[in-house]
Design a protein around this ligand. Sequence first.
Ligand code: SAM
Length: 232
Amino acid sequence: MSYSVSPIGFVRSCFKEKFAIPRQPQLAPAARGVLELVAPFDQGDAVQGLEQVSHVWLLFLFHQALEDKPRLKVRPPRLGGNKAMGVFATRATHRPNGIGQSVVKLDKVESDRLFISGIDLLDGTPILDIKPYVPYADIIAGASNSIASAAPHLIEVQWTDAALHQAHAHARRLGEPLVELIEQCLAQDPRPAYQTPAPEREYGAQLWDLDVRWHYPVPDRIRVLEVIPAAD
Ligand code: SAM
C-alpha cells in the first residue's frame, strides 16, 4: 500500500548546500530561513493562532537524500561514519520515506510565510506539515539516548582580519547575523570525522549568497580565511 503526500511549503534557508549544516536544529540559533507556504495554505487561515507559539515542529522531506531502496543500517557521521546502526536508532537523512523532523524557533508569522531560526534545513526543503511545540508533552524529564547523549563537542573558530571585515560587511548588506552563523556552524566542525585536515587544505561552504572558506591550522581549531560572493 502506498500513500502520497504533498508539501505545504518550502524553506528558503541560509544553507545552500548540505556541507556545514548543523546535525540538528537549535545548534546554530543564527541559522535563519523563511518557510513559504503554498496554496491553499498561504491565505492566513492555516496559520491563525500560530503567533501564540514560540517553536514549531517541522516535518519535511530530505529531498536531496531520497533513495529507491530502503537502507536498514546506516553509518551516522556522529559515530565517525564507520559504525553501522539500525536506521531507526538514528536521525540519518537516508531513511524509509525520507522524512525528517526539526523543532525550530518561530520568529514571525505572516499570512503566507513563517520566519524561523535555529534550523538544520537545506534551501528548498519541502515541508509536509507544521505542528506547534507543546512543552508539557514534548519536554520529557529523564529521557535518555546514549548514542547521542550530548550536543557535539565544539571547536574554536578564529578569523583572519580580512575575513572578519568581509563577514561584517556582508552581514550589514544581508541584515543577517552572519558572523554568529559562521561561528556557530563551523564550531560544530563540519569536516568528516575520519579526515585529519592538513593545515594547507582549504574547506568551503555556501551560506546565503556567500562562499565561506576556512582551514585547520591545528586539528581542533578553525581559521576563517575568506567570506566572498559565491559564484553563480
Ligand atoms: N533534525 C532532522 C531530523 O532529526 O530528522 C534532521 C537531522 S539530519 C541528521 C541533519 C542533516 O540533514 C543536516 O546536517 C543536512 O546535511 C541534512 N539535510 C538538511 N536538509 C536536507 C534536505 N532537504 N535534503 C537532504 N539532506 C538535508
